[in-house]
Design a protein. Structure first.
Length: 79
């Protein structure tokens, strides 16, 4: 868990994300983040919500194939 403070940026407010959070989100200056309101708070993501839904759908529908691919050993890319 990261704790952030609200700061003033000109006429707006913002938060400064710690380096660990930026690394986890795989973002840098100029990238877009998506903030989604949820019942228990907010969700911050570097993936557009509609794309996240599509990825989840594909993963559910093709779970068996993805599992087999993950279990396949590739001599050129050892785990």
């Amino acid at each position: 868990m990261a704790i952030v403070k609200i700061i003033s940026i000109g006429d707006e407010l913002g938060v400064v994300l710690p380096p660990e959070s930026l690394k986890h989100l795989n973002v840098r200056v100029g990238d877009t983040l998506y903030l989604t309101e949820q019942a228990n708070g907010i969700h911050l993501s570097s993936i557009e919500p509609e794309m996240r839904k599509a990825i989840s759908c594909v993963m559910r529908e093709h779970r068996d194939v993805l599992k087999r691919l993950a279990d396949t050993e590739d001599p050129e890319h050892p785990v």
